[in-house]
Design a protein. Structure first.
Length: 175
């Protein structure tokens, strides 16, 4: 059986230059290790807030590395250099706005500035791409909210069957 591949991209000018430690990307990996019981491996990158570089990395992970899921962190705010949603929209065939809506709804329980976030998700061929915020605490809150739908979404786009630890995350697949 083929190992499931998941792309993780931390979008950060400072982390890409080594000024900041890549805490968001590591937070995603640790969370997925808790959630997923199937065999999986990560395809990992830290890149600056440059739309062309982010688009190229997402295309590579989806098209060449066969990642069924790509999770990005950072670059979703209103600042001039925040271009993650634009890059995601540029490489996707279909947008999945419900992911962003749910993440913002969840984040509003904790901070009023969640309305400034532009998280989104989309599908490129057989790959689901989900944009998360850059703060580790918010990453976990958002993943806890949207991950229950992710394995079924991957089923629907003909990706691998992902099994999860039901004691940690209750995923939903219709019977």
């Amino acid at each position: 059986m083929k190992t499931t591949r998941i792309g993780i991209i931390n979008v950060s000018d400072r982390a890409s230059k080594g000024i900041y430690e890549d805490i968001p990307g590591k937070a995603i990996v640790e969370t997925l290790k808790e959630y997923i019981t199937s065999d999986w491996e990560s395809e990992y990158a830290v890149i600056p807030d440059e739309q062309d570089q982010l688009e190229a990395k997402m295309k590579e992970m989806a098209d060449e590395k066969s990642c069924c899921l790509i999770i990005t962190s950072g670059g979703t705010g209103p600042a001039k250099r925040d271009v993650t949603p634009e890059a995601t929209e540029a490489v996707c065939d279909k947008m999945m706005p419900g992911f962003g809506e749910l993440m913002r709804t969840e984040s509003l329980k904790y901070v009023p500035t969640a309305i400034l976030s532009r998280q989104t998700a989309g599908i490129r061929n057989n790959t689901l791409i989900v944009n998360l915020p850059g703060k580790p605490k918010a990453i976990r809150q958002c993943l806890d909210a949207v991950f229950p739908a992710i394995p079924y979404c991957i089923d629907l786009i003909e990706g691998p069957y992902i099994e999860c630890n039901e004691d940690v995350i209750k995923i939903f697949r219709p019977k």
